[in-house]
Structures are given as C-alpha cells and as structure tokens.
Design a protein around this ligand. Structure first.
Ligand code: 9MR
Length: 353
C-alpha cells in the first residue's frame, strides 16, 4: 500500500471510531465517518505546532493526517531564535520543518518583525541606523534564507496596528528604522532571501473592529505604493463565539480587494470570551461551529489564485493558548482525546460543498 493510502486509511478508521464515541464537552457526537480536511481541500489546511508536541505519537499522527501545512506556534520567532549574545538557534524550527517535509506538509514562516518581540541583543545595539539596520537585515536573511525553497510564505510584519485602530504601533523597530520604512525594508530583505515565498502582513481583530480593519487596509495600500514586495494579506481570525454573522465574510472580502493572496492565518473561536446573550453552552458551541464554517465559506469563495491557506491555531483544545489562559475554553476542532467536534464537522461540510 502506498503511504498516502496508509495515511488516509489510518485517519479514516481513527476518526470513524472517534465519531461513534461518547459525547465530548457536552457536544452531540458527530455522526458517520470523518474525512481528513487535507484530503477535502484544494488549498492548504494549516495548524500551528510546538516542537515538543511532535514527540507525542498520537498528536503527531492526528496533525499530519488532518492538516497539510504547519506554522510554528512560537519557535520561529525572535523569542526562540535570537540568543542573549545575538547568535541564532534553529534546532526547534528545523525539527518542525523536518516534520513538515517528512509528512508532505507545507511550512509557513511566522513571524519576522513583531512589536511584541524585542530581544535584548537588539535593544542594546547602538542607535545608528547603519548597525541596527544591518543586524535587522541579517536576522531576516538568516531566517528566510534557511527555509528558502521550503517555506511557502512568511509573516514578515505581524500585528502592526494599535488595538484601537487609531494608528500604527510604536516600538523598537519603528523607532530605529522608521514607522513605514522598517516594514518596507523587511519586505525587500525577505524577498532577496527567497524570491518565491509569499510575503505577508498579518493582524487580528479585523472582523470585530472596523477602525482597525480600515487602518490595516490603508497600511497595505501605503506599503504597496512604497514599492514593498508584499504579496499576501493575513487575517488571524482569533474571534469569539458571539461575533455577529456576516463580519467574517465582509472582512475576508475586504482583505481580498488588493488581489493578493489571502491567509486565514490563526483561526480559533473562543467560547469563554463570548458575551452573555447565549441561553446555553450548546448554543454557544453551535455559534462557534457556524463561525468556523462562515470563515471557511468566505475563503472558498475567493478567486482560487488568492486562496493561500486556511490555518487553525492549534490541534486539540488543550493545546490552545486560549485554554492555557482559561482551562474551560474549547476553541479548536478536536477535543483532548483527539476526537473531532462539531467545529470539525462544520468545516468538513463546507469543503464537501
Ligand atoms: O499561541 C502563541 C503562544 O503559545 C505564544 O506564547 C505567544 C507568544 O509567542 O504567541 C501565541 O501566538 C500568537 C501569534 O504568534 C500571533 N497572533 C496571536 C497569537 C495568540 O496570542
């Protein structure tokens, strides 16, 4: 049997068994056999991983069987790669990249320039644009160059807009290299390091904060006018179950208007962060599944050439950053035992048309 058939067969039976199992998290048990999302979608279906999770055989099997693209949840960021003395380490990023390669999955690079990551090795550099800029370029070149030919894309600039949508964020990178210039520069350096990778800008709360979406669209426009080789637009899509219907569709459409690739890059739907108008937890879970379906349907409706990937921010509920913040949240597609939930079924239905 070829490995593809083995992979499909294994998940088919694992998920079919799971589908007959007991109710998980108070949700109705899904009916019938379950098909791996990666086998249903003509575009990459992604998830994020941590290198250590890959040591768990059940996790590794579920992840490689369900998804076709990996993003490192935090180990391809400066917080891991940049050492106190300014050196770089790539052991864990390489493990994630190796896992992706061995399982026929794409690799997505996340994230090069992020206000939330300002390593001491950069902070203490002297303020002259020349030496700071050289170190900045060197970091981007090292990361993008290392995975050249493997990473299909990179989040070059992550979360540039202030939470209230009023302006660009102010941080080490913008102060030293200029509010727009540091971004334009990062895109050029990334492009030189990999001529093929799709180069993204990426942000969150675009669907829930119209001012932030507007500011994001204006920034993309400004970057393109400044000649930045920006070729992809990311919509993180961390949302809550009480998001009104229609917001995701409008946002994904608005982001597509540049004709660039679109990445639903980090979707999860929080139950515990949702407001109180639901009468029951079941109702919240149903709304959560509808939002997943709406996001995927809006993505599927984009022109094929613009469909970069649809990425879910984690595999099983307990793996999620939201659950690390509040243990009772259930934001993802699989429960702690790896059983598909109604969120999974909702995506499966959209992909089946
Ligand atoms: O889920 C990620 C968490 O494990 C990390 O500790 C954190 C800092 O690296 O980043 C989280 O992922 C964030 C992503 O990189 C950017 N968008 C928001 C995500 C959730 O906070």
């Amino acid at each position: 049997m070829n490995s593809d058939l083995t992979r499909r067969g294994a998940l088919g039976s694992a998920l079919a068994l799971a589908a007959c199992g007991p109710r998980a998290n108070g949700q109705p048990a899904p009916q019938g056999p379950v098909t791996p999302l990666r086998d249903l979608a003509p575009f990459p279906i992604g998830t994020c991983v941590q290198a250590g999770f890959l040591d768990d055989p059940a996790y590794a099997a579920l992840t490689s069987q369900t998804f076709s693209q990996l993003t490192a949840e935090w180990e391809m960021k400066m917080e891991y790669i940049v050492l106190p003395d300014g050196g770089f380490r790539f052991d864990r990023p390489d493990r994630i990249a190796g896992f992706a390669r061995n399982h026929g999955m794409k690799l997505f690079g996340h994230a090069l320039v992020w206000y939330a990551q300002q390593p001491d090795a950069f902070v203490r550099l002297d303020e002259s644009r020349t030496s700071f800029g050289r170190a900045y370029d060197n970091y981007i070149t090292a990361c993008v160059g290392r995975y050249r030919g493997q990473a299909s894309g990179w989040d070059v600039v992550n979360e540039p807009i202030r939470d209230d949508g009023s302006a660009l964020r102010d941080h080490l990178w913008s102060q030293r290299l200029g509010p727009i210039d540091h971004m334009v520069r990062a895109f050029h350096v990334a492009r030189a390091a990999d001529p093929e990778a799709v180069l993204f800008i990426n942000d969150y709360n675009l669907e829930s904060n119209p001012a932030k979406l507007d500011q994001y669209l204006r920034l993309i426009d400004a970057l393109l006018k400044a000649g930045a080789p920006l070729t992809g637009v990311g919509c993180q899509t961390h949302c809550n179950a009480d998001l009104p219907t229609g917001a995701l569709t409008r946002t994904i459409r608005a982001l597509a208007r540049f004709g660039l690739k679109v990445h639903v890059s980090e979707i999860d739907v929080s139950i515990v962060r949702a407001g109180g108008w639901f009468v029951s937890r079941e109702e919240k879970l149903a709304a959560q599944a509808r939002l997943y379906a709406e996001a995927l349907a809006a993505f599927v409706a984009l022109p094929e050439a613009q469909q970069f990937a649809f990425t879910i921010w984690g595999v099983r509920d307990p793996d999620s950053w939201l659950v690390r913040e509040n243990a009772s949240d259930t934001p993802l597609l699989f429960d702690g035992q790896g059983r598909p939930k109604q969120t999974y079924r909702a995506l499966e239905r959209v992909l089946r048309g």
